[in-house]
Design a protein around this ligand. Structure first.
Ligand code: SF4
Length: 475
């Protein structure tokens, strides 16, 4: 794909220079095959997009090597959700240039969008591609035989990001057994702490035919599970097709065995969606529904669009319809104005609700967001203490959830490889399962009887063929 005309800027504000100007330009073609590695920071959506970029690089003639190995090109797909993620991006660039000083460094993703000015000042970066042109990045790379470092970073970036619905340039080979499927991008919710609406732009949806085409290509390739990814997927809306209708179309694809809705905003979980999860043989009984705080005043300051009462009612409805639901959530700790009392409210709600796990993370000020101006700030020691309490609760919740599986025979989709003699896989309700079995189980859905559990895994053994038939009929 050719880059769109008229949007490129070269060497804006500040200059990325060669590490050592005296060094002759490196031409990778003299070394034979030109290697490229990719690395993702942040969310599943970024992971899905990295796979697409990898496919673009392969088509352009690069040989993909594992991140961390010596390379001729690094594509870093960055995150800017926390300050930490931005710091990690800068560190990884320096680290790569240590083992591969001639590597051509291309940076894209949310940090390339929101921190473009800063990145142009960092030594060693050759190409910066903002969100609007992210998937065009392979087209901006020179051909492998012309690759050389640049005195200043070439920049392709616009402040505003198109609101147009989209399709993808390629169907990429997924990086894992469970295939991430991008269906949506951007968010218009404007939660006061969140940089995503600035980093990824307004809500927009992938064209339905393109989604269905990729799912068919995945099932033809033997993939059994797809994981729907986006920023705010419940807001999917494309030429009169809403999220629920799109899900029904996926449900109709005969060879597809599992569909997983991962993170979804509470305001977009409708009764008809819960009914579909309860009745469909394909939709996994699993949802990750961000709560963020258990205190109504904090939720209001966060500009969240739900109250605790509404969230509780939703979870009650969900479990009434889907008793075996695996339910995860996000909780942010130390939002400005979070008093001890407000945090105790969060702890109480999180303890009370039947979460199978909690993703607790400390608030991090994101310049440009509404919350960046809010006071009073919570001290770092308080944030740490509160986060630790939620992490402890998370471990207890995980253990309780896994313990509930003991004695059950569950359907596990196995991943590639082994670790410490264990093979790992995932159940429909998102229990991570480990078995010791000599057979290669990759990409197979097998019945496993769970016999023991820790807070990380359910442990078990492959059930008999007889159990398999009766179990799979039930699942
Ligand atoms: S719903 Fe809120 S937290 Fe989630 S991406 Fe949108 S603005 Fe950010």
């Amino acid at each position: 794909m050719q880059p769109p005309d008229g949007h490129g800027m070269s060497g804006v504000d500040g200059e990325a220079t060669l590490l050592d100007d005296a060094r002759p330009p490196y031409n990778a073609s003299t070394m034979g095959t030109t290697r490229a590695s990719l690395h993702t920071l942040g969310c599943r959506l970024n992971q899905a997009e990295t796979s697409i970029l990898g496919e673009g690089l392969r088509r352009k003639g690069f040989e993909l090597v594992e991140f961390g190995q010596p390379t001729d090109v690094l594509i870093l797909n960055t995150c800017s959700v926390t300050e930490d993620a931005e710091r990690t991006s800068r560190y990884l660039i320096r680290k790569t240039l240590k083992h591969s000083p001639h590597a051509f460094i291309a940076v894209t993703g949310c940090y390339a969008q929101t921190g473009m000015e800063t990145l142009t000042h960092q030594t060693g970066i050759d190409l910066i591609v903002g969100q609007q042109f992210k998937l065009d990045l392979p087209a901006y790379l020179p051909p492998p035989h012309e690759l050389q470092k640049r005195p200043t970073a070439e920049v392709h970036h616009t402040k505003t990001i198109s609101r147009e619905d989209f399709d993808l340039p390629y169907f990429a080979e997924p990086d894992s057994t469970r295939a991430l499927l991008k269906i949506q991008d951007g968010c218009s919710a404007m939660c006061s702490f969140c940089i995503i609406p600035f980093a990824r732009g307004h809500e927009r949806s992938r064209k339905l035919d393109d989604i269905l085409g990729e799912v068919r290509s995945l099932t033809d390739g033997g993939y059994k599970e797809i994981v729907l990814t986006g920023v705010n997927i419940g807001q999917y809306r494309q030429q009169g097709v809403d999220f629920f209708t799109m899900l029904r179309r996926l449900d109709d694809i005969s060879d597809l065995e599992r569909i997983r809705i991962s993170s979804i905003e509470p305001t977009t979980v409708t009764n008809e969606l819960l009914d579909l999860l309860a009745s469909s043989k394909k939709f996994c009984p699993y949802l990750h529904i961000p709560l963020q705080s258990g205190d109504d005043q904090i939720l209001q300051a966060m500009n969240r669009r739900h109250t605790i009462k509404e969230y509780r009612a939703l979870i009650d409805r969900a479990f009434a319809k889907i008793p075996d639901l695996g339910l995860g959530t996000d909780l942010m700790v130390g939002f400005p104005g979070e008093t001890d009392k407000a945090f105790q409210n969060t702890l109480a709600v999180a303890t009370d609700l039947p979460f199978s796990y909690i993703h607790a993370f400390p608030y991090s000020t994101r310049p440009g967001t509404a919350a960046a101006r809010l006071k009073p700030r919570v001290s770092s020691p308080s944030i740490k203490k509160r986060t630790d309490l939620l992490l402890e609760l998370d471990r207890a919740k995980r253990l309780a959830f896994h313990n509930k599986q003991i004695g059950k025979t569950v359907a596990v989709l196995f991943e590639a490889g082994t670790r410490s003699a264990y093979r790992f896989g995932t159940t429909p309700n998102f229990t991570r399962v480990a078995v010791t079995d000599s057979a290669d189980l990759q990409n197979q859905i097998m019945p496993v009887t769970i016999t023991a559990a820790t807070d990380r895994y359910g442990f078990g053994h492959i059930a008999s063929a007889q159990a398999m038939n009766s179990t799979l009929a039930l699942l």
